[in-house]
Design a protein around this ligand. Structure first.
Ligand code: IPD
Length: 267
């Protein structure tokens, strides 16, 4: 029988994320010569995004043919088992393009609509964050916890920007009001890694409007398992309008500020 035990699903996810990451790292020089664009002229896809996704999709369809795969580059394959794999083959594609060592393979596993396991693997540093629902979060198999910050003014946050100009203009307006109220801001260029860095306290909190499920499915579980509150705004779950991940001590203040600024509205 095909296993559905979350720890076994995680084991497979880790194996595939490592293979996809190795492929991306080893083929970068050639892959960045074959670039196309998606939603806008700055939203790039390299040959490695496609090849890494193909690797994972082909492996899963051989090992678990009844599962569904939702991939950033290929859309959703049909399934029926109730298990869905959510893949960003290279999160941080612009970093990858420029040779910045901050990109990752993000792979989450959902069973009956609930994300039960996830891995975010940075193939350059070898760092790998993992979680199984209810069992804590780990970096390279060492347990991690989020920061214990309690003042918004002492909070180091990260955020990111979409690829469309009108969305960026809205995000910049929100950020102009957030920045004077926090310790500082980082824009690192890979949402999945921002979430993992918040999970292990390298950042305090993270928010972004406009993410796709593949950007945040694994990282959001890792955050929640590391003690962060993960949500959208105004009672909504984390999703395309907003992903907010903050330690309990600053969650209410950051949430209220983002609501005041209508951070989840606009284009
Ligand atoms: C992007 C990165 C970036 C975030 C964007 C995402 P991609 O993903 O995660 O940090 O700000 O919203 O689209 O395009 O590199 O897979």
């Amino acid at each position: 029988m095909t296993p559905t035990e979350p720890s076994e699903l995680l084991e497979l996810a880790v194996t595939l994320a490592r293979q996809a990451g190795e492929l991306a790292r080893n083929t970068r020089v050639e892959a960045i010569g074959r670039v196309t664009t998606k939603s806008t002229a700055t939203d790039v896809v390299t040959a490695a995004d496609k090849a890494a996704e193909r690797l994972v999709v082909e492996a899963l369809s051989a090992i678990r043919p009844a599962d569904t795969v939702l991939g950033e580059e290929g859309g959703e394959s049909p399934g029926g088992s109730g298990t869905r794999w959510i893949l960003d083959p290279i999160d941080g594609t612009v970093n990858y393009l420029y040779g910045l060592p901050h990109y990752a393979v993000s792979l989450a596993v959902e069973v009956d609509g609930v994300v039960v396991a996830g891995v975010v693997h940075n193939p350059v540093t070898g760092e790998e964050w993992t979680a199984v629902r209810g069992e804590g979060a780990f970096r390279n198999w060492e347990p991690i916890r989020c920061s214990q910050v309690t003042e918004l003014g002492q909070t180091l946050i990260a955020t990111g920007f979409g690829y469309a100009a009108d969305r960026r203009a809205h995000q910049a307006r929100v950020l102009a009001e957030v920045l004077p109220r926090v310790r500082d801001l980082r824009r690192n260029g890979a949402a999945s890694l921002d979430l993992c860095w918040a999970a292990d306290g390298r950042l305090d909190a993270y928010y972004e409007k406009g993410l796709s499920l593949w950007d945040h499915a694994a990282g959001a579980l890792i955050c929640a398992e590391a003690g962060l509150v993960v949500s959208g705004l105004r009672g909504a779950p984390a999703g395309p309008d907003m992903v907010l991940a903050a330690p309990r001590g600053v969650y209410d203040a950051l949430h209220a500020l983002l609501v005041d600024l209508d951070a989840d509205a606009g284009p």
